[in-house]
Design a protein around this ligand. Sequence first.
Ligand code: F6R
Length: 614
Amino acid sequence: MCGIVGYIGEKSALGILLDGLTNLEYRGYDSAGIAVNVEGKVELYKAEGKLQNLKDLTNEKREHILKSTIGIGHIRWATHGSPTAVNAHPHSCNCGRVAIVHNGIIENYKELRAKLEKQGCTFRSQTDTETVAHLVASKYAQTNNLTEAVRLATKEIEGAYALAVIHQDVKNTIVATRRNAPLLVGIGEGEYYVASDVPAIIKYTKRAMYLDDNQIVTLTSNSMKLIDSDNNELVPKIETLPWEPVALSKMGYKHFMLKEIHEQPDVVRNVLSGKLRASNENIVLNEVKLDKEALKTLNRIQIVACGTSLHAAMVGKYIIEDLCGIPVDVEPSSEYIYRKTVGDKNTLVIGVSQSGETADTITAVRQAKSRGSHVLIVTNRPDSTMAREADSLVPVSAGIEVSVAATKSYMAQVISFYLLAIHIAEIKESASRSELEKIKRELILLPQKLEKTLSHKDEVKTCAKKFANSKDFIFIARGINFPTALEGALKLKEISYINATGYTAGELKHGPIAMLDESMPVLSILMKGKVYDKILSNSEEAKARNARMIALTDSDDTKLDELFECIIRIPEVDEMLSPALAIVSLQLLAYYIAEFLGKDVDQPRNLAKSVTVE
Ligand code: F6R
């Protein structure tokens, strides 16, 4: 949800800002802008649409802009005001001396705007952010101190923000601050970087400091001063970022999504590494801080998440209830936070989030924590807000995921739930050792099966070509693969804009069956196990209504050829593990359909990867 970046040092800022924005494009891509200070004058460059438009714009005055060694930049996912150049950040005040970039939402912007307009401020945009630019300018006029101006301004702001500010009269300074939106400072030699996320700066430095809520940092090219909102000086906690720049390359794949789908066998190996050493050894989850007694007395688990992470959580529910016998509720974070939830110290609350920055999930787990529940976070970002505030952690180590459509992080989350459930079951002795060993053996074999699945992608491509022009799509499954149906449908919707829905196969006849005719594809997730025959008969019912049938199956039964127009076969797998294998073909199906339709796979319209607003 919007990305901000800043640079101050000896180098020219332009390339660093554009580079940073390129690596933050997953956070939004409907407009972009930068502010620089060229020969003592703050200048803004803003463009509607993809970042390339800003690159073209700045290229026209490249030699001139290159003179600036300070700058801030922004990539936008519009919340207030349409995605036009006027609404693009940076925003400025009447006199144009202040420039400000913002990620978040200023909730009281209407009141602030009315007050500032009365004081003579002229607003150019429809954004909430512009109020902050005018507010900082007015506080600067009173204090003649940029840090103090920002500090006083934040006292009047309600809502969420990560802000970076420059002022024409304070040439060698960037002031940055945050509340409920991520922000870090990268530390170089005689230079500093500001960014919403690591990818923007990892190419330049691995030394960084994460800001906590309400902290304000003042950067010059050779100094960094950190204060709290009451002006007390703080000692910055500097850390080394555990990321490699190479993670941001497409490595020869046409899209990041395709590359990330292909990374999944290695992602599984990474997630298992050090945690599952052998099938006859217990799972090691050092970051889970619940002791044996606490795990034994758990009487309830609540899992909160959004989108794809919610689907991983739903798989988690099946696994935990099956192996641990603990009741599990799964709820979208955005629902959990607006009702009275019941739980106490014997309730474990699990937040699942690739980014660890999703606003609704942060609020949900904070709410649970304040109620006395132990909060465990399953995240791909051990450096995120959620991870830093959690009691326990299951780091999913999928590596940086660039494509907006989540694939490898889903895989890593699902695998983490197997590990967590087996860990709890081993302590509670709620499943037999032989059953747990069988699942562990299957987990160890999974990367090879994933490789085999990926090597059969031509079957998926053929199927994608056949169905690419469908207007709607139905995915059916039962049991542990119902979330797979939901996730398969979500992937297709996100990147191809085809109306796709996942149903439990048994529900089809209670309403959705009315939609079936010769134009409707129905994809049955038909994995061997308890519900195979049931789904097969639900598929017959759909076929009898002339639906175009597709099967995703680990069965080699040739009789399926009569029922299904298209069959995607994957290696045979234990039913409990089947969601991890089945999803890969559905990710590929969505990818190839979007490709055939010529869609922008890595940056689908209206979406952003990290949803840091409610
Ligand atoms: C779908 C997708 C989103 C995210 C959701 C939650 O491909 O990426 O649905 O899963 O926005 O994000 P995280 O997992 O970062 O909390």
